[in-house]
Every structure is written in structure tokens, then in C-alpha cells.
Design a protein around this ligand. Structure first.
Ligand SMILES: [Fe+2]
Length: 212
């Protein structure tokens, strides 16, 4: 084993301050095609690695290669990712609020079970299992995610449930075979509206006190 000498400057590149990370200007409010649907709006931050994203406009907070990927997201009450799955494990740990996680084996959304998680509880979703979850508390809340390493824009990722694909298509959103978002002509307008609403929730989130 080698024991490299690491400068302060290098180590500072490997520190993520939550208050800095979660500033609205670092967020991706429309990271996925479901992010524009009612009940599924949320803000995402890529912390380590390429995360899971259908929108290439994300910048990981730590750029050094890791063998796992980390993301953080904030959901308003009664909102969260729609029915989807991945080729890899996803682990979630709520940082606030109360979250209901659903799972199943049916792309049409029939649920086989659910569990409610509180802050610092964890749930590990197996590859291929359909899942959706939501913040069931009455305040916006953050959640932390660890993903197995995977290449971004290599294939469909996530795989969306049948209804999610249909609902997103009605708003002009789709994803290609490489998991890249196909945006409608009025994308900028939609993104602006969603961002405004989410920034409002973000500033109201009790967990955040940026001292400004
Ligand atoms: Fe996911």
C-alpha cells in the first residue's frame, strides 16, 4: 500500500459542505423525465460520480473517481421519484422528514409492498425491482443516495414505468436508448417554473440555515 502525501488543497477538493452543495444554483431541478410531473418534482445534486441522470447538466461536487456514486435530493411534501428501476443497487437514507418507499415487480405500477423510513434509516433497493417513493411529511426534506458504479448515458437509466413514460410524453418529454432526456421546445419555460417552486421549498426547509 502506498501512503501518498496529500496537500490541504487536494483534500479541500474532497470535502462537501452540505450548505454549499445544496445551494439552488448547484441543483438540477429537471434531472429526469418524471421531474416535470405533478407529485414527482424534486431537486437533485450530484455529489460523487455521474449519479443517475437523464439531463447532462449536472456537475459532481467531488470529481475524483470513486467506485460508487452519491447523490442528494430534496422533495417537497407528497413528492418523490416515480415508478422506475435500475440495473444497479440504490441505497437511500432520508436526512429529514418521513419517506414512504414502495416496491414491486410490475412495470405498470402494481405494488408488492412499502415501508416508511425516518431520518438515518436506510433501504437498499435491489437491481431490477420497480420502486417509487415520496416524502410523506408536511415539510420539504432531503434524502441521500448511494449507487453502485455505472456508466452514465450508456443505456436506458432509469427504466420508467409504463404510466410515467406516457405522462412524460404528454408534456413532450422522453428518454432515448442511451438514457438521455429528449426535451420539448418549451423546456426552458418548464424548467424555470419548476425551479421557482422548488427554490421556494428549499428556502423553507428547516434543515437549511445558510446564515444568509
Ligand atoms: Fe432511482
Amino acid at each position: 500500500m502506498q501512503h501518498p502525501k496529500v496537500s490541504n488543497e487536494e483534500m479541500l477538493q474532497r470535502i462537501v459542505r452540505f450548505k454549499e452543495l445544496t445551494r439552488p444554483e448547484n441543483a438540477v431541478p429537471v434531472m429526469f423525465i418524471d421531474s416535470v410531473l405533478p407529485g414527482h418534482q424534486r431537486m437533485n445534486w450530484a455529489v460523487i460520480g455521474d449519479t443517475a441522470s437523464e439531463n447532462p447538466d449536472f456537475k459532481p461536487a467531488i470529481t475524483a473517481p470513486h467506485r460508487f456514486q452519491i447523490g442528494v435530493f430534496m422533495c417537497p411534501p407528497n413528492s418523490g421519484p416515480a415508478w422506475h428501476t435500475h440495473d444497479y443497487i440504490e441505497l437511500f437514507m432520508p436526512l429529514g422528514g418521513r419517506w414512504r418507499f414502495h416496491w414491486g415487480s410490475d412495470p405498470d405500477g402494481a405494488k408488492d409492498g412499502h415501508a416508511d423510513l425516518e431520518p438515518f434509516d436506510m433501504i437498499s433497493m435491489p437491481p431490477g425491482v420497480w420502486r417509487a417513493f415520496e416524502n410523506v411529511s408536511d415539510q420539504a426534506a432531503f434524502c441521500f443516495a448511494v449507487l453502485e458504479q455505472h456508466e452514465v448515458f450508456a443505456s436506458k437509466d432509469p427504466y420508467w414505468g409504463t404510466q410515467v413514460i406516457r405522462q412524460a410524453a404528454a408534456l413532450g418529454f422522453a428518454a432515448d436508448d442511451k438514457g438521455r432526456m429528449i426535451k420539448p421546445p418549451n423546456y426552458a419555460e418548464i424548467e424555470q417554473q419548476i425551479t421557482a417552486s422548488l427554490v421556494d421549498w428549499l428556502t423553507k426547509t428547516a434543515a437549511l440555515d445558510r446564515g444568509s
